[in-house]
Design a protein around this ligand. Structure first.
Ligand code: GLU
Ligand code: ZN
Length: 301
């Protein structure tokens, strides 16, 4: 039995529903592909569904053709969405309704701070000094002061965040476009996602998103954060190396590379097997030993 509203679908019989939610701001690289493969393996290992959602909200940062290229790359690697791809650019109304609900629940406030006034976690200036009611403003989620958000991460264990140190996130931008932190929650709820498996760069975002779920009165899914792929010196992937698109790689090679990063030891020649066999092999060993507790994986020099 499912009950459905415009912004939320709640599965009462919990069947695993996972997802991969790329932003079409470029092609897939080793880091994003690791999240795709890891979320797919976790879903399949639990007999679950795996969905793809295209997070194409930020029009200025969207690269023409990137979304289609990402979907083609995923298909070639045997990672195909079990349901039609959901495009965030088509979901504006649901995000506006969610903002209304948060307003009705007194979980948001207007903020007119400019970028130059902001550094570090937002300390709640406009919560304490509400701006005039007219004129354009962003909306922030009301978490501060003193809220704590705890969750038990599938791979990273118990996590605890303090609202005062992460600040209140913008959930609706001044230009009238929903921010990632709201859109992702509205769509995870709408798609009935039970398990969010993604990169560890989003750990802090998870605390905010749990806050948004609470504000909307919706149950939060389970979260699992996979290690982030970084340069050999620990820095963020750079264009020159790891961030190179994987779309040109032969599928077997791309999968073998990602599985090795995840901690598997693929047997010689695995890359020459058909893609479904490679995925089956990985599935039988999921999760690989050593994945738990890992925040980052450095590329070899
Ligand atoms: N679209 C986000 C990104 O590519 C990820 C969203 C998510 O997995 O929650 O960084
Ligand atoms: Zn402000």
């Amino acid at each position: 039995m499912k009950s459905s509203t415009a912004i939320g679908t709640t599965a009462t019989a919990e069947a695993y529903r996972g997802r991969f939610a790329p932003s079409p701001t470029g092609l897939l690289h080793q880091g994003s592909l690791l999240a795709a493969v890891g979320s797919w393996l976790d879903a399949r290992a639990h007999g679950g569904k795996w969905l793809v959602r295209m997070e194409d909200l930020d029009r200025p940062r969207t690269v023409a053709g990137a979304a289609e290229a990402i979907l083609r790359t995923l298909d070639a690697l045997g990672l195909t969405s079990d349901e039609p791809v959901l495009w965030q650019s088509s979901r504006g109304e649901a995000y506006a309704q969610a903002l209304e609900r948060l307003r009705a629940n007194h979980c948001v406030y207007r903020c007119t701070c400019t970028r130059s006034e902001l550094s570090g976690p937002y300390a709640g200036h406009c919560r304490m000094h509400p701006p005039p009611a007219d004129g354009p403003a962003a909306w922030r989620l009301l978490l501060s002061p003193h809220a704590r958000i705890d969750f038990d991460d599938l791979f990273q264990g118990q996590q605890s965040f303090n609202a005062d140190s992460i600040g209140d996130p913008v959930i609706f931008r001044r230009d009238g476009i929903a921010a990632y932190q709201l859109a992702v929650v509205v769509d995870d709820a709408f798609q009935g996602i039970t398990h969010v498996v993604r990169g560890a760069d989003l750990l802090e975002s998870t605390a905010w998103q749990i806050g948004v779920f609470r504000g909307l009165g919706l149950p939060a899914p389970r979260f699992g954060h996979l290690p982030l792929v970084v340069e050999p010196d620990g820095s963020k992937l750079s264009k020159s190396r790891g961030a190179q698109a994987v779309s040109g790689w032969p599928p077997g090679e791309a999968l073998e590379r990602i599985l090795t990063l995840l901690g598997y030891s693929p047997p010689a020649g695995l890359r020459h097997e058909p893609v479904p066999r490679i995925l089956d092999w990985a599935l039988s060993g999921w999760p690989p030993a050593g994945l738990a507790g890992r925040r980052a994986i450095a590329l070899a020099t």
